[in-house]
Design a protein around this ligand. Structure first.
Ligand SMILES: Nc1nc2c(ncn2[C@@H]2O[C@H](COP(=O)(O)OP(=O)(O)O)[C@@H](O)[C@H]2O)c(=O)[nH]1
Ligand SMILES: [Mg+2]
Length: 346
């Protein structure tokens, strides 16, 4: 399943005019029109961004490497879900298929007031908006499961009570059904409250389940959207004028990382430096497979040191001399920030 950052993807969902396209634009720096029109993003919009990574920068500087390959994260702007979308209202059915491919679903929930920008239900209520959107995904899963033969009755029953699959305790067999059918509400969720900076009327998070509260951020999407057109200096000055911490794109990426339990490890030399993402708990043989299949299949051992430690002591050779590089067999569990050199039977 999810192994490397290069396949990591986030699907952005939410009601029309919640700020999805504005967010998508600033995430991807693409110029997709964000207009005051409920169904303006009819096509699937996909953008890939590099994951900002200071450690990788330092590593590349250290080796004076030209070729630097950071992790990447894909964002898919999945246009306006409304009540009845699963039955073909609004943009109809086809776009729900786009959600099937993503690893994590980002709910953009409108918490800003605006007279000029319409809301399909004329209200500011992020929780109810979330329920509407999630219900559509639940309906879709119900539809798929009803057609499916070979188990899943219990899941169906719970879905019919309005419970998304991520909140269910599943047996191994049920897990398999869910995976085979790529059911939508089984995907992990993160939440973005689109607030107006300085006028945040939604401090409370109790509308979210406890286990989800760590996965909610508040962002003034329109404001960070304006950063796209600023250079670093302008951005700094702008930020300094604000009294509060402003959440930026990096925070959205961090949140997705955290939700998916991803960590980063590194490889590199004078020729090329790479950052790789793996699920926390992966062993070093699995990590080798993220770099290249062969490296995993023909894995012998791996030399490992924390990347910052290696740079601090003056490089690989010095680190080895000092005995700081450890040699591990395949069962070693890779840690965030490890610099890994795999020895394989070439
Ligand atoms: N005031 C305000 N307007 C916003 C904010 N985010 C988006 N908008 C505006 O709301 C309209 C719809 O935004 P858009 O991103 O296209 O929404 P989408 O339908 O969810 O893709 C645009 O005119 C945006 O400029 C926000 O945080 N505050
Ligand atoms: Mg849009």
């Amino acid at each position: 399943m999810l192994k490397k950052s290069h396949s990591l993807s986030v699907g952005i969902v939410g009601l029309p005019n919640s700020g999805k396209s504005t967010l998508f634009n600033s995430l991807t720096q693409n110029s997709i029109p964000a207009e005051n029109f409920p169904f303006c993003t009819i096509d699937k919009n996909v953008g890939v961004v590099e994951i900002p990574d200071e450690r990788l920068k330092n590593l590349a500087n250290f080796y004076d490497t030209k070729k630097v390959v950071p992790g990447a994260i894909k964002f898919v702007d999945i246009a306006g879900l409304v009540k009845g979308a699963s039955k073909g209202e609004g943009l109809g059915n086809q776009f729900l298929a786009h959600i099937r491919e993503v690893d994590v679903i980002l709910y953009v929930l409108r918490a800003f007031e605006s007279e000029n920008i319409s809301h399909v239900y004329n209200r500011v209520n992020p929780y109810e908006d979330f329920e509407v959107v999630q219900s559509e995904l639940i309906f879709k899963d119900i539809e798929v499961l009803e057609k499916h033969e070979g188990g899943g009755e219990r899941i169906l029953e719970l879905l019919n009570q309005g419970i998304p699959i991520v909140e269910m305790e599943l047996s191994e067999k049920e897990e398999e059904i869910v995976k085979d059918l790529a059911l939508l509400t089984a995907k992990k969720r993160i939440f973005l409250l689109n607030i107006r900076q300085g006028v945040d009327g939604f401090p409370q998070k109790d509308w979210l389940k406890k286990e989800d509260r760590d996965f909610l951020i508040k962002v003034d999407v329109k404001m960070i959207g304006d950063f796209v057109n600023m250079d670093e200096d302008e951005k700094k000055e702008f930020l300094s004028l604000l009294d509060k911490d402003v959440l930026l794109i990096e925070d959205v990426i961090d949140l997705a990382y955290k939700r998916l339990d991803l960590i980063t490890f590194y490889t590199g030399n004078e020729k090329e430096c790479n950052a790789w993402s793996i699920v926390q708990g992966s062993n070093v043989k699995e990590a080798a497979g993220v770099i290249h299949n062969d490296l995993s299949e023909k894995f012998i051992t791996a030399d490992v040191i924390n990347v910052e430690e290696m740079i601090d002591v003056g490089g690989w050779v010095k680190a080895k001399e000092k005995g700081l590089v450890k040699n591990y067999s395949k069962d070693y569990i890779v840690k965030d920030g490890d610099y890994v050199s795999v020895l394989a039977n070439a």
